[in-house]
Design a protein around this ligand. Structure first.
Ligand code: SF4
Length: 368
């Protein structure tokens, strides 16, 4: 029997969304329609529908347009160097920070331990590397609160207090049967999302959580608990935007650390990235002759995904690439050479930029 999306949304597992449309019906995720035009500017990830859905995003749009305080909260698990798929979340955080939000960047080290078995001492070093990337991408540290879950007592206290309203069957219904550590880390993430609304940070305020759709279970749990504890804390239900998941370079449904050929990282050697791109799966045909006749399938192509998600900002250029592929005017070899050029020049510039942010990142994380 074919599984539904309902079975497939697992924040700690693989994800395969065949039909984003179904998510609107199954989970009550709202469409972006109408809200996009109310934003003062629209980067490509919004124009192209990569952010495809939301919960209560109108609250954030209103705060942006009325110049009222709001928070942008998201977490990154320090499990290794940031791969190209992860930077979408960072770009969203930076975008909303520029529109007036104060960023709360959670280093999800407890989750990295519970889900991936990475000890806290080890994740500390990885987190440093990740924070350097975030700053080099444009995150403004003066309008950010960057913290480790394991060191943030308010987050852990919130998890303990809110846990009183959660039963084991609720956790099983949302996450399936998992070990207790994962349930605890899910509750700690609820604490992370609600942290910006504590008195210490100015009290209740609209809070946006920009995430991949695979993180929706955490959002649902958090909104439920924010509602239950509204009277005590005055919480405003957190808002969320959801982005699509970029395919792996090997054609798999998601870039995965388990398969190094499916992704590249921001700190990887350009030779290694070039090798991966040269060997990437494409939407091309088995022979050049067939591709000239039938055209390629950019809709199925991870190389085209890279352009659409990250590397071709100009919509006309993206459209031109789409049609040159679709009509067979361009073959994969030619296009991959272009992909290698744009990706490696971005990576080289990024790696150069990183050098200026190492000391600042050490200072933020209180590392000697
Ligand atoms: S021509 Fe480019 S976009 Fe089209 S299938 Fe080949 S690599 Fe993908």
């Amino acid at each position: 029997m074919k599984r539904s999306n309902m079975d497939l949304i697992d924040p700690w597992g693989s994800i395969e969304i065949e039909n984003y449309e179904k998510l609107f019906e199954e989970f009550g995720i709202q469409r972006m329609d109408g809200l996009v035009d109310k934003l003062p500017c629209k980067p490509s990830f919004i124009r192209r529908g990569i952010i495809f859905g939301h919960r209560d995003f109108e609250r954030i749009v209103e705060a942006i347009n009325k110049q009222q305080p709001f928070a942008v909260m998201s977490g990154i698990k320090p499990t290794g160097p940031l791969h190209i798929g992860t930077i979408l979340t960072l770009r969203e955080m930076i975008f909303f920070q520029k529109l007036g939000g104060v960023v709360f960047y959670c280093i999800a080290d407890i989750e990295a331990y519970e889900d991936n078995g990475i000890p806290l001492e080890e994740s500390e070093k990885i987190a440093l590397d990740n924070v350097v990337d975030a700053l080099a991408l444009g995150l403004d540290p003066s309008r950010s609160y960057i913290y480790r879950q394991s060191k943030e007592n308010d987050v852990k206290d919130l998890a303990i207090i809110l846990a009183r309203a959660v039963t084991l069957s609720t956790m099983e219904a949302i996450y399936g049967v998992r070990h207790m550590g994962l349930y605890m880390s899910a509750l700690i993430q609820v604490g992370d999302i609600l942290l910006p609304q504590l008195k210490r940070f100015g009290g209740p305020k609209p809070t946006l959580v920009p995430v991949g759709i695979d993180q929706d279970p955490h959002i649902r749990l958090c909104r439920d608990l924010a509602h239950k504890f509204k009277e005590k804390y005055g919480f405003i239900l957190p808002s969320a935007t959801y982005h699509k998941i970029i395919r792996g370079l090997d054609g798999s449904s998601k870039m995965s650390k388990r398969n190094p050929m499916s992704y590249f990282t921001l700190t990887e050697d350009v030779e290694s990235i070039t090798f991966k791109l040269k060997n990437a799966f494409t939407g091309g045909r088995p022979t050049a002759k067939e591709q000239r006749t039938l055209g390629g399938e950019p809709e199925k192509c991870p190389i085209f995904d890279l352009y659409k998600f990250f590397f071709v900002e100009d919509d006309d250029k993206l459209l031109e690439t789409y049609w040159r592929c679709k009509t067979g005017d361009m073959l994969c070899g030619e296009d991959k050479a272009f992909a290698i050029e744009v990706v490696t020049s971005f990576i080289k510039e990024h790696q150069e930029r990183r050098k200026a942010f190492i000391d600042k990142s050490r200072e933020i994380l209180n590392l000697d």
